[in-house]
Every structure is written in C-alpha cells, then in structure tokens.
Design a protein around this ligand. Structure first.
Ligand SMILES: [Cu+2]
Length: 330
C-alpha cells in the first residue's frame, strides 16, 4: 500500500516566466526534492505541469509515502509542497491550490520486486527448501527418537504429528495468513530440529566410549541358554525388547560382552542393592551399567562385574518390563 499527497495549483499564464525563474514556484519545488526525499517513509516526489498550455498552467506535485503516518507527518512540516505553493501565491491563480491525501489501490512499486521474488521462489527456493526441510526432519527426528526411551519417544512422536496436523489445518483454512506467520513457524521448526538433532547426536557420541579389549574373562557360560556361550566369555545378547537368555553367570571381577542384535536402543542395568536405585544407569554411577549406557541397534558393549557373589536382577532401562534377567556372580 502506498500513500500519495497530491498538490494541485495553477500558475497564471502571465506568471510562467516568474515561476520558472530563480525565485519562482517551479524552481522552489524542484529545490525541495531532496528535502522531501529525506523525510522518513518518503518514496519520492514527482512534479508535472500541463504540456503545451493555452492559458493557465496546472502544476501537480505528488509525494509518495510508504505509510499513512509518514504522509500525515509531512503535512505538518513547516516547509512542504503545500507551504511552498502558498509562499508563491503571487504567481498562482487565486483559490487554485488543492491538497489531496490519497492511497493507491495497488502499489506498483512494491509489486515489481515481489513478482521477481515469487517467480524465483516458486522455481527454486520452494523445492530446495522442502527437500532440505524433509532431510532435516528425517535426520533430526530420528536422532531425537533414538536418544529417548520408547516410553517418551512414542508420546513425543504422537504430539509432533498432532502439532503438524494442527498447523497444516490452520494454514489451509487461512490461505491469507501473513508471510511472517508461515516463516515464523518454519523457522521455529527448523531451529527445534537442528538443536534437538544436534543435542541428541552429541548425547549419543558421549555414550560411545572407546571399547577396551576384553581382558578379564569369565569362564561360566550363560545359564538358562540352550546354546552355551563360548568357553571363556560371559555374554548377554539382546534382540528387540528381549534378552536372548534368561540369565548369565560371571566370576567376580569378570567382564560380560554385550551384543545388541536388535534395531532399537537397549542397555543392561544391574540392581546391585536388590532394587534399581536410578531409572537409567550411568557408566559413572554406583550400579553396574553396560558401557556405553546406551547401546544403539547393532552395537556392542561390555560390563565389568565387581559385585560380591550372589544373584542379582538386571534389566534394560528402555524396556524395563519386557527385558529382565538374572546375573549370577561367583
Ligand atoms: Cu531394551
């Protein structure tokens, strides 16, 4: 939207020479161009006059404004087109001065760059942006979901899906939603995905500690397993949401090799004191924990057991009801 102050004034036919002279109205208006353009919100000054006049000459001085306030402020200035015309009353036809404040129906000046922008956006920016957003969503969300226990990931996924549905239905029922709203939502989504994905990836990286070569080796095969583990190693294998064997035996001071044959994230957490003191074990905590404390699908881990002889419960913290076992320390 553009605002235009239009000042119309007629110069008497006999006064044209005076009006174009060094002290004349037309010269003064021309000299005012820079001062008007320097005003806040001014988009320009255009001065036109009747071509090939017979008799009085009509002069039209238009100042164009970006908004109504800027145009109103200009009208109150001590020196503006109107006051200049009044100061040259002797050159003008009496009562010919008219001042109109108008708004344009469609802003041509503002449209021109937009048309180019829209064409470019449709051809290039939108497909590239959608592709980048899709890749970022897949990567960011998968990192976030994998880093969370399934009890939290499922409600989060449902919440995100509902959120997307809500936002999509808002924009489809408000086709004239302003561009800043669309850009704002997109910006928040991209920032959340980028920050969440990076944080989740860093969290995973932190749990991926360098595996030591297995040194101390327990000699008792996993009990309750139909196929005994190779002699010289205690092993816990897990698939998605179950331990392959119901129990494992190890000598005190021995190391258990843990293999995640599933796709999901699991771990092994031993209830050293008879019950689980924390919901999620840490390799730095007091309760024996697989190292790393989060084993991604296909990953391996170790756990060195220094507990006193006895039988202990262990579980996967991500699936505590489905994945439980017994650890026998000898
Ligand atoms: Cu698990």
């Amino acid at each position: 939207m553009e605002y235009v102050q239009t000042v119309l004034v007629q110069i008497a036919a006999t006064k044209l020479d005076e009006a174009t002279g060094p002290q004349g109205l037309l010269t003064a208006l021309e000299a005012h161009r820079d001062a008007a353009s320097a005003q806040r919100g001014c988009l320009g000054l255009r001065i036109t006059r009747t071509a090939n006049p017979e008799g009085n000459i009509l002069v039209v001085a238009e100042t164009r404004w970006a908004n109504n306030n800027a145009m109103a402020d200009y009208s109150t200035l001590k020196i503006n087109v109107e006051s200049i015309a009044k100061a040259h009353e002797s050159e003008t036809v009496p009562n010919s001065l008219q001042v109109h404040r108008m708004e344009s129906l469609k802003s041509e000046a503002a449209d021109a760059p937009n048309r180019i922008y829209d064409r470019l956006a449709l051809a290039l920016l939108i497909p590239i942006g959608v592709l980048a957003f899709a890749l970022l969503s897949i990567y960011g969300l998968s990192r976030i979901y994998l880093a969370l226990p399934s009890a939290a990931a499922t409600p989060l996924a449902a919440g995100i899906a509902l959120g997307i549905l809500g936002i999509a239905s808002y924009f489809s029922s408000n086709p004239s939603a302003p561009r800043w709203q669309i850009l704002g939502v997109a910006g928040i989504a991209v920032a959340t995905l980028a920050i969440g994905g990076t944080a989740a990836a860093l969290y995973d990286e932190g749990n991926k500690e360098v595996k030591e070569a297995p040194t101390a080796v327990a000699s008792v095969p996993a009990s309750g397993s139909s196929t005994p583990a190779p002699v010289g190693a205690a092993e816990i294998d897990m698939e998605d949401n179950k331990f392959t064997a119901a129990g494992v035996s190890v000598s005190s001071g021995g190391t258990i090799n843990i293999t995640n044959k599933g796709v999901g994230t699991h771990n092994v957490h031993v209830a050293a004191g008879g019950s689980y003191a924390v919901a999620f074990c840490k390799t730095t905590g007091t309760e024996p924990c697989s190292k790393p404390a989060t084993i991604p699908g296909g990953g391996t881990a170790t756990m060195t057991v220094t507990l006193a002889a006895g039988t202990y419960d262990f579980r996967c913290d991500f699936h505590p009801t489905e994945m439980q076992g017994k650890l026998t320390v000898k």
